[in-house]
Design a binder for this molecule. Structure first.
Ligand SMILES: Nc1nc2c(ncn2[C@@H]2O[C@H](COP(=O)(O)OP(=O)(O)OP(=O)(O)O)[C@@H](O)[C@H]2O)c(=O)[nH]1
Ligand SMILES: [Mg+2]
Length: 198
């Protein structure tokens, strides 16, 4: 799949702000600062499409990007950001959960986990939640450039083990710095959304 067109079509905090549920969607979920917005920019080849920040808590709304007029990538607010108050954090959780629960067109949830760390309790919780609701999930390990090549396999193993992934499940390492993992991820997105041939 080649992304020729990408545009922000909606920014929402509640269901009444979502675009009509008429296209397949791929949601990017994961803790704050893990690299969701950066990955969206890399995939679309548009550096400034989604705002990126070194300080966590950049994306605070659900942002819908229409891709090739055929599907949408949905950039979700991150969780696990210590500096926001508990009530705000719960609000984010509710926002994300309401979206994930209520979307018929949701074809794939990409869970991003930092390749350097064991997935957090919240990552595990979200992943189990996705499994419970039988949502199609894919794990991506971000910031692969931050560790040596020889350490990659062990870290992927740690992520697999912590999330309880099956042998068949794929974990894709990506780096927005080195621009790696893009083809693999686009392939998965195309196949999940039924646009493999385009
Ligand atoms: N070295 C390296 N840094 C990265 C990579 N991906 C993201 N970053 C950096 O990580 C920081 C956070 O990236 P964002 O894309 O804003 O993270 P996010 O998951 O959207 O964060 P929230 O919006 O707070 O949920 C930024 O400083 C990015 O430049 C990567 O692959 N390699
Ligand atoms: Mg973001």
């Amino acid at each position: 799949m080649i992304i020729k067109k990408a545009e922000l079509v909606a920014v929402a905090v509640r269901a009444d702000g979502y675009p009509p549920d008429d296209l397949p969607e791929v949601a990017f979920a994961g803790r704050s600062n893990v690299g969701k917005s950066s990955l969206l920019n890399l995939l679309t080849g548009r550096r400034q499409l989604a705002k990126v920040s070194g300080s966590p808590g950049k994306t605070r709304t659900i942002n819908f990007y229409r891709i090739n007029d055929a599907l949408r990538i949905v950039d979700l607010p991150g969780y696990g950001y210590a500096k926001i108050s508990k009530s705000v954090a719960e609000g984010f959780g509710d926002m994300v959960e309401a979206y994930l629960k209520g979307r018929k067109g949701l074809a794939l949830v990409v869970l991003l986990a930092d390749i350097r760390h064991r997935p957090s309790a919240q990552d595990v919780q979200l992943f189990e939640w996705l499994r419970h609701y039988e949502l199609n999930a894919l794990v991506v390990a971000t910031k692969a450039d931050k560790i040596s090549r020889s350490a990659v396999a062990a870290q992927l193993g740690l992520i697999r083990e912590t999330l309880g992934l099956s042998q068949a499940a794929r974990v894709i390492p990506v780096s927005t710095l080195k621009r790696t993992g893009v083809e693999e991820l686009l392939e998965e997105i195309a196949s999940a959304t039924g646009f493999a041939a385009r």
